[in-house]
Design a protein around this ligand. Structure first.
Ligand code: HEM
Length: 422
């Protein structure tokens, strides 16, 4: 393979991730240009690629310098009038808020995500996992992503929000449209011959956001009329800084939760199974001693890094690794890269289910550290406990199909085979 040069690397090209070539690009950037300027394009402003562990720690731990309020993805249109639906939530969603407002809202919603709240869900999560596995038990083969990995996080987050089961497939479809807007498979609102273009991606993302808001608005009206034992009802009755949350605040929070809680965990599960299948010795070690699972889950998360990037905007002139960053410039933190930085991990390209220490950044770090990390870890642990108990010989039955996205490290399809239950 020809050697890459940093100037040839454009991480906004989603197809690098679809082809599974991102790690080669990250290795080059970490080595040769760890703080690397990408000039952007006709529609998109430029940004700094941050690929070293220590630098992502610095950015994440200094929200007073690096703001989330101007958006957390690499995309910032050059034209301020361009419709950017996700940008409409900037400063309103928890994930796009800066301190001190962020700290206060986080304290409010944290109650539902404490270790105690997470532990209380274990029985429920195991029950859902087994229902999901019952549906494939007699088949002998399936698409692991569609039939298993996507089902558990979808059921958990939709259940928390009190969404009816009939609506869960719609939530799956809309999450894919919003987070996988660049992938032709999800561009179903665009004529077939126009899919795969930047315009198709823009339309798909916009449609996904609009349809999600339409759906969530109906849910909100329903809960206002009839409170239930669910998160949306709880939000309707919550107060923030002495006032009730506005409809807009609640809708954006629902939007964030359904996106954040769904596709990420799905890809942690699929990416975890793929890593285990590709490392049979590590897998055998795990299946011989399932007490290693908690540490194996951490290694699966480091390896798969389901969230590929988060961005910040500099609020003042600053420096990273001696490189000047001007006020207003965007920095993009690449998690799969920092999770394979040899300055932070010994032999980072070795998949080791007993790796210790394993302080990976798959859930981010600092103020915005993933609110749902406890749920995600529990879902992964329970899933692999039940999966290997019931289908110990589950194996790949075809190549994985990856998502065309620079934001989510996604697997769309993963064919597997196993001995069916009698
Ligand atoms: C393997 C699964 C998951 C991964 C890899 C993941 C990753 C992340 C990352 C990297 C961030 C940090 C954002 C930043 O620094 O800008 C984050 C934030 C967040 N995550 Fe997750 N996440 C996962 C699962 C979940 C689940 C299951 C939920 C909800 C039930 C959730 C809800 C959130 C929320 C609400 C935030 C924003 C927190 C804040 O801004 O204070 N995530 N997640």
């Amino acid at each position: 393979m020809t050697q890459l040069s940093p100037v040839d690397i454009d991480l906004s090209d989603d197809s690098i991730f679809e082809r599974g070539e991102a790690h080669a690009a990250f290795a080059t950037l970490r080595r040769e240009a760890p703080v690397h300027w990408n000039p952007g394009g006709e529609r998109m402003k430029g940004w700094w690629d941050i690929t070293r562990f220590e630098d992502v720690l610095f950015v994440s731990r200094h929200p007073e310098i690096f703001s989330s309020e101007r958006g957390i993805t690499m995309f910032e249109p050059r034209d301020p009038n361009e419709v950017n639906p996700a940008g409409a939530g900037n400063g309103i969603m928890l994930i796009t808020m800066d301190p001190p407002k962020h700290v206060k809202l986080r304290r409010l919603v944290n109650k539902g995500f404490t270790p105690r709240a997470v532990n209380a869900m274990e029985g429920h999560i195991r029950q859902i996992t087994n229902q999901v596995l019952d549906d494939i038990a007699k088949k002998g083969s399936c698409d692991f992503v569609l039939d298993v990995a996507c089902q558990l996080p979808l059921a958990v987050i939709c259940g928390m929000m009190g969404l009816q089961k009939k609506d869960w497939p719609l939530m799956f479809e809309l999450t894919n449209k919003v987070l996988g807007s660049g992938d032709p498979e999800y561009q179903t609102d665009v004529p077939e011959d126009q899919r795969g273009t930047p315009d198709a991606a823009r339309i798909t993302g916009q449609m996904g956001v609009m349809q999600m808001f339409g759906f969530m608005s109906q849910q909100l009206e329903d809960r206002k009329a009839n409170r239930r034992d669910d998160l949306i009802s709880l939000l309707v009755d919550s107060e923030f800084e002495g006032d009730k949350l506005s409809d807009t605040d609640i809708l954006w929070f629902c939007f964030l939760l359904i996106l954040a809680g769904n596709e990420t965990t799905r890809n942690g599960i699929s990416g975890g199974l793929l890593a285990l299948c590709e490392h049979p010795e590590e897998r055998a070690r795990l299946q011989a001693d399932m007490s290693l699972l908690p540490s194996a889950v951490e290694e699966m998360l480091r390896w798969a890094s389901p969230v590929t990037h988060m961005a910040r905007v500099a609020l003042e002139d600053t420096e990273i690794r001696g490189q000047k960053i001007a006020k207003g410039e965007r920095v993009v933190m690449w998690y799969p890269s920092v999770n394979r930085d040899d300055a932070a991990f010994q032999e980072p390209n070795r998949f080791d289910i007993t790796r210790s220490p394993n302080d990976h950044l798959a859930f981010g770090i600092g103020e915005h550290f993933c609110l749902g990390a406890g749920f995600a870890r529990l879902e992964l642990r329970v899933m692999f406990e039940e999966l290997f108990r019931r289908f110990p010989d589950i194996r790949l039955d075809g190549p994985p199909e990856r998502l065309r996205s620079s934001f989510i490290g996604g697997i769309k399809h993963l064919p597997v085979a196993f001995t069916p239950e009698r």
